[in-house]
Design a protein. Structure first.
Length: 319
């Protein structure tokens, strides 16, 4: 009983002392004291955060030119820590009470830049929380302009004990995407945040392969319309026909084509004679909305089946 599990020392070449320690939610520790080895003054508040075996995760110093010391540290229900001590660098007197509030933090792991995600797919937004309190919540936001603005909310009020969120990637095609995680306190104010280090890509598009222009189709024949789609999770495809160079698409070739199909055997109509034909493939969601589409790059032609002249039957004459 009472055997030593481990010991650690912290500090530099000068005098460094710890006065208060608390265990954190992840099993690590937070230590408050003072340091003469680091910081800006002759003696600064010294805050040390360790993991469960005492290895240093991070350190911070607080103070200015004179002496500043931390005597007590506590976890906050709103996340982060509160330190009480004394300062000779600030305040009105020779020594004043020094109260320091440390915010929680969050490390965004994915997406953190360089990922290529297909629209409609499910991906995990993952993060590593730092000293989150029971009253904290997360907001998850999306930017489509490299983080300049975050107008789109992915999720709000996410529980403080969460470290990931399964996200159905939107049906968009954009190469300047970023995600931001916000930590909220009990009043709903943002106390910490982090965004993707660089842009990631969301791809969602369909490409009509054939007919793509220049083909000559004969009415009554069977033609294979083909396409390719980057994306998933949508409902179906719809195929439309134009005979005015794509100005309008009044004729529906097929609807409710399975979302796994990439071709359709089309019986070319025998009632059309046009050299200005195009086909459009539409990607449809569950509410019959068009998510994206593509059309023939240029026109193709449809001509009716040639009708061979039938032999004439002579009239019968009455005798």
């Amino acid at each position: 009983m009472g055997d030593t599990l481990w010991t650690k020392t912290y500090g530099g070449s000068d005098d460094d002392e710890g006065y208060s320690v608390q265990q954190c939610q992840d099993g690590g520790f937070i230590i408050a004291g003072y340091t003469k080895s680091y910081g800006a003054g002759s003696c600064d508040v010294y805050l040390i955060r360790t993991d469960s075996v005492g290895d240093t995760l991070w350190t911070k110093t607080f103070g200015q030119d004179s002496s500043d010391m931390g005597y007590s540290v506590e976890k906050s229900s709103n996340g982060g820590f509160i330190i009480a001590g004394v300062t000779y660098s600030y305040g009105a007197g020779n020594g004043d009470v020094y109260l320091i509030r440390i915010a929680p933090y969050v490390q965004l792991n994915t997406p953190n830049g360089g990922e290529i995600w297909a629209g409609g797919s499910i991906h995990s937004i993952a993060w590593q929380p730092g000293d989150i309190g029971e009253n904290n919540r997360y907001n998850i936001l999306l930017s489509l302009d490299s983080g300049a603005t975050y107008p789109d909310t992915i999720a709000s009020g996410v529980s403080s004990d969460s470290t990931s969120w399964n996200w159905k990637v939107p049906y968009i095609n954009d190469s300047t995407c970023r995600v931001k995680i916000e930590i909220l306190d009990a009043a709903g104010s943002v106390v910490a945040e982090q965004q993707s280090d660089s842009d990631f890509i969301i791809q969602f598009y369909t490409t009509l392969i054939s007919p793509n222009g220049g083909e000559s189709l004969e009415g009554g024949s069977t033609y294979q319309i083909t396409w390719n789609t980057v994306g998933t999770g949508f409902a179906s495809y719809r195929l439309l026909l134009s005979t005015d160079g794509g100005a309008t698409y009044p004729d529906t070739i097929a609807t409710n084509i399975q979302n796994t199909d990439t071709s359709y055997a089309w019986t070319v109509p025998d009632t059309i004679n046009s050299s200005s034909c195009k086909i459009k493939v539409e990607v449809i969601d569950d509410s019959d909305n068009v998510l994206t589409y593509d059309e023939s790059d240029s026109v193709f032609s449809i001509s009716p089946t040639s009708v061979e002249e039938r032999p004439r039957v002579p009239k019968s004459f009455a005798i």
